[in-house]
Design a protein around this ligand. Structure first.
Ligand SMILES: [Mg+2]
Length: 425
């Protein structure tokens, strides 16, 4: 049976499909009116509140937003008029984005009431034509400030930062070991997967198939042709049927190639196919999703709601993967997760950030009603010295316990923070 999900909500399902079709991609598996109605519903979900402003009786006026630097390490510190403080650790790519942070994002926050965070993280796109900077250039500075504000507000409310944007659904986060090595020849690639996976107490792996991204199709891939095809079955054979396996092509294939390798993934019982074709080619993504039983995942490169909304409305996507840094923070990413949830789809956020990305990701996943079984994990390596009083933050039985202290829930070494100096415009 074709893997399709239907409206969870009777209210949604019972609505008359009186809207004019928003899309016209009928292929016999659904009709345009249903897709149009779904599209409209998803638009309504985007308008719903996310940040729990009712936790805060009084205004929390943002007095300062500072970017602090020590060598290649960046920290954001937010302070309120009444002395509350929040800290976030920036994504490794912040070093490329400092002028955008200082000139195009930071000024918008000064004097705002942090309780209006839902609105602020959207209005920032209009400020100084910032929508032209969509993607990582705007997303990382925005998320870095949002995380510091959520840390501050979490400390005020006595709640972990995730629970300011959702209710607790997962006290522990299941992880998969993310592996790379796609530029290596077949045997070396396979060996390095095994070495990496052996470091963790987990039974879920994501492998890379194809070679880099779509634009690299003409570049020589060591071991091609047929390297990925061999790797897919080698990994399954080695680990056996009780391991969860996922595959990611980072948009390497065209639709035809993705369907071909997708069938092989199905034969080998992989559980989803991530970025089978280029992330923004939504018609191609849908074509792959229609052809395969295997769920399709996409979204780590997306920077607007549009692609997610269209693909969800048109049954082109089973798993949404916003990156909480690239997409501009928890609130915006939660809106994507909620659109997916309304249609019975899953959210498995992409994890980036280097330094403490996995901790931010854990908080976000902790409040997802529609989290997948396993989430991205790339190791513990970080330049940030910290302690976490409420969790060992280690993978045990395939899971990481989410910190339960207020805000980010960790204590960063004050001496390390003190080494950082304010970056001035
Ligand atoms: Mg990916």
């Amino acid at each position: 049976m074709k893997r399709r999900t239907f409206f969870q909500s009777a209210a949604i399902g019972g609505m008359a499909a009186a809207m004019a079709p928003v899309v016209s991609c009928s292929n016999g598996t659904y009709n345009d009116q249903e897709a149009g109605e779904r599209y409209r519903i998803l638009g309504e979900i985007l308008q719903e509140p996310v940040f729990k402003k009712t936790l805060f009786a009084d205004p929390v006026i943002i007095r300062s937003v500072e970017l602090l630097r020590f060598e290649n390490s960046y920290i954001c510190r937010v302070r309120s008029e009444n002395g509350a403080e929040g800290i976030s650790v920036a994504h490794n790519d912040m070093r490329f984005l400092v002028p955008i942070f200082l000139h195009k994002v930071q000024p918008f926050f000064i004097g705002q009431d942090a309780r209006e965070l839902d609105l602020i993280v959207e209005k920032i796109h209009d400020f100084h034509f910032n929508f032209r900077y969509g993607g990582i250039p705007l997303g990382i500075p925005l998320a870095t400030i949002e995380f510091a504000i959520l840390d501050m507000m979490g400390k005020i409310a006595g709640l972990p930062m995730g629970q300011l944007v959702g209710d607790l659904h997962n006290e522990k986060v299941g992880i998969y070991v993310a592996t790379e090595f796609r530029d290596r020849p077949l045997e070396e690639h396979f060996e390095r997967i095994k070495e990496t996976v052996a470091n963790y107490d987990a039974k879920a792996i994501k492998i890379k198939v194809g070679y880099l991204f779509a634009g690299s199709r003409d570049i020589h891939d060591p071991g091609l042709p047929g390297k990925s095809e061999k790797l897919v079955s080698m990994v399954r054979e080695h680990y056996g049927s009780d391991w969860s396996l996922y595959a990611d092509s980072n948009g390497y294939y065209d639709a035809e190639g993705a369907i071909r390798i997708g069938r092989l993934l199905e034969e080998n019982n992989y559980a989803y196919f991530e970025e089978p074709v280029r992330f923004d080619q939504f018609l191609e993504i849908k074509k792959v999703a229609d052809a395969l039983e295997l769920p399709v995942a996409n979204g780590e490169q997306d920077h607007s709601y549009s692609n997610f909304r269209w693909l969800l409305a048109n049954e082109g996507l089973e798993i949404v993967q916003p990156d909480t840094y690239y997409f501009g923070g928890f609130i915006r990413s939660m809106r994507v997760a909620r659109m997916a949830d309304a249609l019975g789809k899953t959210c498995i956020p992409h994890m980036s950030g280097g330094a403490l990305g996995y901790i931010y990701n854990s908080h976000f996943v902790s409040v997802l009603p529609n989290a997948g079984a396993h989430h991205e994990f790339k190791g513990y390596r970080t330049h940030v010295p910290f302690e976490c009083p409420t969790s060992p933050l280690k993978v045990k039985d395939g899971k990481i316990k989410v910190p339960t202290g207020p805000g980010l829930g960790i204590v960063i070494d004050p001496e390390f923070i003190a080494k950082h100096e304010r970056v001035r415009p």
